[in-house]
Design a protein around this ligand. Structure first.
Ligand code: GLU
Length: 287
């Protein structure tokens, strides 16, 4: 009897908080190329839960830039700002497992007390509010103190057990290798804030599952964060895709391109006369 295999589905998931640059172009082109190699499809997802930084004009620009690169994607496009209920539900599922706790610490307090850093170099939360008395939690919540909800990482790992996932090299059709996830190095990350039902980590696992993504192609700068995603998938009973961590496009200073560092946008390169083939060549992909 033949076993039904799900169709390979990949995704490109930019945040519309600025114009796309060469790093995004590489990630998108690589994802579409990998989808073809796997005989699957690439989806687009707009990661716009951060309502302060994300703007509709940047979403429109993403469509324009990707179409200019010659890419096409199934419609309708999933947009995170329309899925807040799904994230709230996932947050509630973690709450029901007693894995989220309210934290009232400010950034300054955390920076002053932290003795370690997370893989991104940010102060590791020292756990101050992890064991707050229930009465104090309720009182401060009722008072309306600014609050964020953190994952009790240790308890979560104890619940989840040993975590493994599959990582595939640049030839996505190769056999994947099994890797252990080490989410503990992120400490008690924030998963929800007052007025915002999900952090990036929570929404990304919910959406990859909702879109039935089988292969996540993302930059090496996201490799460590993936360990957290594996933990969340396990806790929420969601499937774990296969991962590929692609190389990063570096600027002249040898560092990753970034919107915040003023890396030239695809739109400005286009205005300077670059063609989609020039872009492919610049990021080292066959034209
Ligand atoms: N929105 C994230 C970004 O633009 C997506 C990364 C990912 O989940 O692969 O960096």
């Amino acid at each position: 009897m033949s076993q039904k295999r799900s169709k390979p589905l990949l995704r490109f998931a930019p945040s519309p908080n600025g114009r796309l640059h060469l790093g995004h172009a590489f990630s998108a082109l690589y994802t579409w190329q990998a989808a073809t190699a796997l005989d699957g499809a690439a989806l687009l997802r707009i990661e716009d839960i951060d309502s302060e930084r994300c703007k509709p004009e940047f979403t429109a620009a993403i469509y324009e830039d990707l179409a200019w690169l010659g890419l096409d994607w199934p419609k309708p496009v999933m947009q995170q700002s329309e899925r807040l209920d799904a994230y709230a539900e996932a947050g509630n599922a973690l709450r029901d497992q007693q894995l989220l706790y309210p934290c009232f610490c400010s950034r300054t307090e955390i920076a002053a007390l932290a003795t370690h850093t997370d893989p991104d170099g940010a102060p590791l939360y020292p756990g101050t509010c992890r064991h707050l008395h229930r009465g104090e939690q309720i009182e401060r919540l009722q008072r309306g103190d600014p609050v964020q909800f953190r994952l009790d990482n240790e308890a979560a790992q104890a619940r989840a057990g040993l975590l493994t996932f599959s990582v595939v090299g640049p030839l996505v059709t190769d056999r994947p290798q099994i890797r252990y996830a080490r989410p503990g190095r992120w400490g008690d990350v924030v998963l929800q804030r007052k007025g915002s039902p999900a952090s990036y980590h929570l929404s990304v696992v919910v959406d990859d599952a909702a879109q039935a993504i089988t292969h996540v192609t993302r930059g090496r700068d996201m490799e460590a964060a993936t360990d957290l995603h594996i933990l969340l998938q396990m806790l929420l009973g969601l499937p774990t895709p296969i991962y590929h961590f692609h190389r990063l496009i570096l600027g002249d200073d040898g560092r990753k391109l970034a919107k915040s560092k003023g890396s030239p946008s695809l739109a400005s390169l286009r205005a300077d006369g670059w063609t989609p083939d020039d872009i492919r060549r610049a990021v080292g992909l066959p034209s």
